[in-house]
Design a protein around this ligand. Structure first.
Ligand SMILES: [Zn+2]
Length: 61
């Protein structure tokens, strides 16, 4: 089972999808994408909380 997080689910107009095998890796990748690409003005902790809320589990890559 893989984890998936769609940037769009954060309410951002972006088609970027992050996939990883573990939640930790997924969150790391997603935080980096959101902070570097979108420059969102949130602390890492607040951002992580929002990201955790929109994680999906998918069957396979
Ligand atoms: Zn994005």
């Amino acid at each position: 089972m893989a984890k998936e997080l769609r940037c769009r689910d954060l309410g951002i107009h972006c088609d970027h999808v992050v996939r990883a095998e573990t939640e930790e890796e997924l969150l790391d990748n997603a935080v980096e994408h959101v902070l570097t690409v979108h420059g969102i003005d949130l602390t890492r902790e607040d951002l992580l909380e929002q990201l955790r809320a929109v994680i999906h589990t998918v069957r396979a890559f």
